[in-house]
Design a protein around this ligand. Structure first.
Ligand SMILES: NC(=O)c1ccc[n+]([C@@H]2O[C@H](COP(=O)([O-])OP(=O)(O)OC[C@H]3O[C@@H](n4cnc5c(N)ncnc54)[C@H](O)[C@@H]3O)[C@@H](O)[C@H]2O)c1
Length: 361
């Protein structure tokens, strides 16, 4: 066995099979799933073109079908879910069908939510093919579709049977998508793994050149942060909130821009710097450490400031609507130095405005 197995503790524990090849998945399933089981690979046209054949080539002892969904965040919808249900029924899906979600976070969330509700729940394996999906969305069991009222509003906690992570898929990922995953990776480093932060600092060139060994080390360390956190707090009642670092500020900005002209990774990048400035004002992170964060993000071309034309008060109002808030109370995650973070429930609007002002250029 050339790959590594990491167990995620949850209401239903499951392994992450790290460094496994897509072609080997069939062999893994032969040990765990009944011969001739019905399998549906759900993917999008881009990912399918690159990788579906590799997965399918290992599934010759099963009755394997594919459903190809158009690419894009807008496909995470109830309409698409209904369409997938119709396609699955045409393929003869039943309670014993196994879904393989092959793709980034969109496919993982959509196919995962389909698996969670089709005939009250069928088996699911996540096969993440983006950096963001490998370090973040495939771990922790959250699956969802969007609603016009907000992102991920209709969803479930649905642990998969396994997560099958083949690092080689990252080689074909467009750089823009790498950056989205890198922002989450730097987030993981900042909240829980100082060594990972230093590793990224000292391997900038290799990361930009997409050196295989560097990517493997960085991705493994990053996903371990998420594994440790969700294993302690599956349902986001405590520690899991730390993963929201940078997101409250980032979402406020994404909302302000109506999700146009800003990627999620860029929002998180700016959001982390805003939160770090608030933490600096509270004296829990030093100026030098905030500068290190800014330098690291900028070295990859991630943004760290906002334009003068932004209405700070409006951004604070947007943060009021963050669904991670509890009982009208804003919950912010603040870095405590590099490699630790705290949950803050008493940040005032004045402090938040100051933080936005500190990153306005
Ligand atoms: N469930 C969770 O816990 C969780 C956590 C974070 C984010 N998310 C969700 O994840 C989604 C974002 O995921 P994403 O960033 O992976 O985006 P994505 O799934 O849209 O993938 C990004 C793009 O990369 C392409 N792609 C995927 N893998 C590729 C590969 N190996 N080579 C070439 N192209 C490839 C896709 O076709 C797509 O165009 C959002 O919907 C977000 O809400 C969920």
């Amino acid at each position: 066995m050339r790959w590594q197995k990491i167990e995620v503790a949850s209401s239903k524990s499951y392994p992450i099979c790290l460094g496994a090849s897509l072609e080997e998945l069939g062999q893994y399933l032969e040990q765990r799933v009944e011969t001739n089981a019905h399998i549906i690979v759900i993917s999008n046209p881009v990912v399918s073109e690159y990788y579906a054949e590799k997965v399918m080539s290992g599934l010759t002892n099963f009755q394997a079908d594919q459903i190809i969904v158009p690419a894009g965040e807008e496909e995470k919808s109830l309409q698409r879910l209904e369409w997938i249900t119709g396609e699955a029924l045409k393929l003869g899906a039943d309670r014993k069908t196994l879904v393989l979600a092959l793709g980034g976070g969109v496919i993982g969330d959509l196919a995962g939510f389909f698996a969670s509700i089709f005939m009250r729940g069928i088996r699911l394996i996540q096969i993440p093919t983006t950096l963001l999906a490998q370090v973040d969305s495939s771990i922790g069991g959250k699956v969802a579709v969007n609603h016009p009222g907000g992102k991920n509003l209709i969803g479930a906690f649905y642990p998969p049977l396994a997560v099958w992570t083949d690092f080689s898929t990252l080689q074909t990922l467009p750089w823009k998508e790498v950056l989205d995953g890198l922002a989450e990776t730097i987030k993981h480093a900042l909240i829980a793994d100082r060594e990972l932060f230093e590793f990224i600092q000292s391997h900038q060139k290799q990361i930009i050149e997409r050196d295989t060994a560097t990517f493997k080390e960085m991705t493994s360390r990053s996903l371990m942060v998420k594994v440790r956190i969700v294993s302690e707090d599956e349902k986001e009642e405590g520690k899991r909130m730390l993963l929201n670092f940078g997101h409250s500020f980032g979402h406020a900005l994404e909302t302000e821009l109506a999700y146009r002209g800003i990627t999620h990774g860029q929002g998180v990048s700016i959001g982390m710097v805003a939160a770090a400035n608030l933490a600096k004002a509270r004296g829990i992170i030093s100026s030098a450490e905030v500068d290190k964060l800014i330098n690291l993000l900028e070295s990859f071309g991630l943004p760290t400031s906002i334009d003068k034309d932004k209405d700070h008060q409006k951004l604070v109002t947007n943060m009021q609507a963050d669904k991670k808030n509890r009982g009208g109370q804003k919950i912010l995650i603040l870095p405590k130095g590099l490699g630790q973070a705290v949950i803050c429930k008493d940040c005032s609007d004045e402090e938040i405005v100051e933080a936005w002002m500190a990153i306005t250029k």
